[in-house]
Design a protein around this ligand. Structure first.
Ligand code: NAP
Length: 267
């Protein structure tokens, strides 16, 4: 497949690239990047990041940064991006692509009424809402309008960001806030291509947690039924769809596009 937004000399940053959907995004996107492209992978698990990195084409310059995004400061984030840039300047790239994929479910055992601890809320939002907003700002400061680099921002969102689910108040509110941040960013920055991609139910650790630990019994049954019916997607299926969506460009910048959406017409 050829995806113009991912061709040529690209600077690609993927968060949560150590496993699951982020690992697949990295592997699939990497096959499309031109010679001399730079890839920066961020997550906590150093060895798993290295494993992802080792699978990528040798024509790419691949960097990994093991860091906890829930506590990383803007300066630390800027530092890892600058290290990956090395002696090159932002203007030397044709495209700059950032994929905000890292995320967590939080405690899925409790109803909203029992979520009474400020510290838990703050920690959850630090990773899932504040960190992508700050990293995005850092990235846009380096790859700014003056660099004339074509910029693509993909936020990995969820159906839970637009549809409430019992026992998932941390996750649903986090996804909704994060998605709205990128919608505001999109209208403020019409030169940047922004996609909020909802990947569908995908076989990763996250799905397993929902099947085993979701507090709401009906919801838990639904996730187990999806698995039993064979409807859980592979990471490859959902990322192939993402690449198709990026290739077709039938969305408006900032839109929420789901794996299952029909993408024939611009609305
Ligand atoms: N799977 C699904 O069905 C599904 C459906 C809709 C949306 N999504 C979204 O897809 C994205 C990826 O999820 P997944 O299913 O691939 O889950 P996953 O396998 O649990 O992967 C989560 C990724 O986020 C990283 N991460 C978590 N906490 C982090 C932290 N504090 N600092 C840095 N990195 C951190 C993890 O890396 P480390 O542990 O190495 O830090 C891992 O690479 C998430 O945003 C999720 O909400 C998933």
């Amino acid at each position: 497949m050829s995806v113009p937004l991912l061709s040529g000399k690209v600077f690609l940053l993927v968060t949560g690239a150590s496993q699951g959907i982020g690992k697949q995004i990295t592997e699939s996107f990497a096959t499309l990047l031109g010679n001399g492209s730079v890839v920066l992978l961020i997550a906590r698990n150093k060895n798993a990041l290295k494993e992802t990195a080792q699978k990528l084409p040798k024509s790419l310059s691949v960097h990994t940064a093991s860091m906890d995004l829930s506590v990383a400061t803007a300066d630390e984030l800027k530092d890892v991006v600058c290290k990956a840039l090395g002696s090159e300047s932002a203007t030397q790239f044709e495209k700059a692509v950032i994929v905000h994929n890292a995320g967590s479910l939080g405690d899925v055992s409790k109803p909203a009424n029992d979520m009474k601890d400020f510290e838990i809320w703050r920690n959850y939002y630090n990773l899932n809402v504040f960190s992508p907003a700050i990293l995005n700002g850092v990235f846009m400061e380096l790859f700014n309008k003056e660099t004339k680099v074509t910029r693509l921002v993909v936020n990995i969102t969820s159906l839970c960001g637009i549809q409430p689910c019992k026992s998932l108040a941390y996750y649903c509110t986090g996804k909704a806030a994060r998605e709205m941040f990128f919608k505001v960013f999109a209208i403020e920055n019409p030169q940047v291509n922004v996609l909020n991609y909802s990947p569908g139910p995908v076989e990763t650790d996250m799905q397993e947690v929902l099947r085993n630990n979701l507090g709401d019994a009906d919801g838990k049954k639904t996730f187990n039924d999806i698995k039993a019916s064979g409807s859980v997607l592979t990471t490859e299926q959902t990322i192939n769809r993402l690449m198709e969506i990026l290739k077709l460009q039938n969305y408006k910048s900032g839109d929420h596009v789901d794996y299952y959406d029909k993408q024939d017409l611009k609305q």
